[in-house]
Design a protein around this ligand. Structure first.
Ligand code: FAD
Length: 484
């Protein structure tokens, strides 16, 4: 017999429902909470599992010179990257979300990426205003760039020697110069737009939420974990918190990130029916939640630089990248042992090689109906010959640019097998079209939306952060179009 998801005894309800309850104060959630609370008549509550920092940020979360993926304020998961390799996956667990622990590069999805989604209302032309609204670009002007938005965007004026040497090698190999990586996605080598100001990684909490905290209609409940969405008569009426408290709301928005938003839907009886039933959960709506997510597989190719170059404080982890139609090559400015403390990364610098348009599609499934048990992840990387060949050729290109000795296919495949990882750019667990409609509304459940990386149908050929922020801007702007 099927039982509904557990409701703890003694659960209490907040007496007054808020208008909008946003679950997850990450990159998208901070944008939404800030934008939606601009209307003083709208009561907005943001619930975040991690802490809220105002002027007490941990140093690593500010320092753009590290990628604090193992910081205490993160969620830690494992994934079957392939049948033979398990990988480590982090997400931010703090108001600011994964944008508070990421690599700090802020490149938009390209027109080819966005137009390729084929979702009405989400073409490059239709999303461009949201990208522009989200940023203040310190370097570039004109209709493609923002001058008044919350996220600061800047490129490095002086490059670290590892970035400069890589740039020279790309030029010498005949790659085109890409002067503006936020203006159309032509392939080439160029400086990365970074959401970094004076060596500080500026996350969406700092850019959007903190300036809005004084509003009487905006409440943030940090260190509060949601365990499921309450659904009554095909309508979301609020959420249940760990500990049993029920919080009622007119509208619930899941912005808990690509892993946790899907996990919460599954725990709430919204997902593949057979999977839910196998865990004893009642099925509210049969939807392909967690199915077919995508991400960038990557390989870090270590090398020994000709001479040691010191790294001044605040030098970002990445300053330039080479993009080709299938690859992104990322010359990190320091070894992973230094960049990602606690990761067990190597002591030598590396050139990251990522497949940016992979065939592989992953799967997120319930491990258990127990809400605090992490979901099961499988990325299914490199299952097609096309992906295996493209990544091998990417590593070959890295060898050429680094002037490493020639390697045959077997040696390159060994390098891939030994160093395969994930960029942690997961998207598409609750894809637009399949799980949510063009207003971000979950099919079949009124009053419930998902707005975060989960809804991006296919991983863009660039890192997703700028695109997630723009999508949240887009969602906020369209909010008034339809409330149901
Ligand atoms: C280590 C790392 C490096 C990266 N580097 C880059 C980069 O350089 N450039 C780039 O473009 N992209 C990068 N990314 C990806 C990018 O940061 C993310 O795609 C983006 O931040 C996702 O935003 P989001 O709003 O979907 O989710 P998140 O920002 O992850 O926000 C989700 C929030 O929800 C909260 N939450 C989760 N579950 C619950 C719950 N049950 N109850 C309450 N709150 C909950 C979480 O604590 C979190 O704060 C990186 C990601 C990681 C992890």
């Amino acid at each position: 017999m099927l039982t509904p998801p557990p409701v703890q005894d003694g659960g209490v309800s907040t007496p007054q429902p808020v208008d909008v309850l946003v679950v997850g104060g990450g990159s998208a959630g901070c944008v939404l909470a800030a934008r939606l609370s601009e209307d003083p008549a709208r009561e907005v509550l943001l619930v975040e599992s991690g802490p809220l920092h105002t002027d007490d940020w941990p140093a690593e979360l500010l320092d753009a010179g590290v990628i604090p993926a193992r910081h205490i304020e993160t969620w830690q998961y494992t994934s079957a990257l392939t049948a033979h390799r398990t990988g480590h996956v982090s997400r931010g667990r703090v108001v600011g979300g994964s944008g508070a622990v990421n690599g700090g590069y802020f490149v938009r999805a390209t027109p080819t990426d966005l137009d390729g989604w084929g979702v009405p209302g989400f073409s490059y032309a239709e999303l461009l205003p949201a990208f522009v609204r989200s940023e203040t670009d310190a370097d570039l002007d004109g209709p493609l760039h923002g001058r008044h938005g919350p996220m600061p965007v800047q490129r490095r004026a002086r490059l670290h020697p590892l970035s400069a040497t890589f740039t020279e090698a790309c030029r010498a190999a005949g790659f085109a110069e890409e002067a503006d990586k936020n203006s159309g996605g032509a392939p080439g080598i160029g400086r990365l737009p970074l959401n970094v100001r004076n060596g500080v990684r500026v996350n969406a909490a700092m850019a959007y939420l903190l300036p809005a905290l004084g509003r009487p209609n905006l409440t943030v409940r940090a260190e509060t974990t949601v365990v499921r969405v309450l659904v009554e008569d095909e309508r979301a009426t609020g959420v249940e918190l760990a500990g049993g408290e029920m919080v009622r709301a007119g509208q619930v928005v899941l912005s808990a990130g690509a892993l946790a938003s899907a996990h919460l839907l599954l725990l709430s009886g919204i997902g593949p029916a057979a999977q839910l039933r196998s865990h004893g959960l009642a099925v509210h709506t049969d939807l392909p939640v967690g199915q077919g997510f995508s991400d960038h597989p990557d390989v870090a190719v270590p090398y020994t630089p000709v001479e040691h170059a010191p790294r001044p404080a605040g030098t970002p982890a990445l300053e330039v990248a080479l993009n080709t139609p299938t690859l992104e090559l990322r010359p990190y400015t320091a070894p992973f042992a230094e960049l990602v403390v606690g990761s067990g990364g190597g002591p030598r610098p590396s050139l990251g090689v990522a497949l940016v348009r992979p065939d592989s599609r992953g799967e997120l499934r319930l491990r258990s109906a127990e809400p605090l048990a992490p979901p099961e992840l499988a990325h299914h990387y490199l299952e097609t010959a096309r992906d295996r060949t493209a990544l091998r050729e990417g590593v070959r290109l890295a060898y050429e640019l680094l002037r490493l000795p020639d390697a045959d296919d077997q040696e390159l495949d060994r390098m891939v097998a030994a160093n395969l990882g994930t960029s942690m750019h997961t998207v598409g667990t609750c894809a637009l079209g399949d799980v949510v409609d063009e207003q971000f509304r979950v099919h079949g459940v009124a009053g419930l939306r998902v707005v975060d990386a989960s809804v991006v149908p296919v991983v863009p050929s660039r890192g997703p952060h700028a695109t997630v922020i723009a999508l949240a801007e887009h969602a906020a702007a369209r909010w008034a179009d339809d409330i149901s």
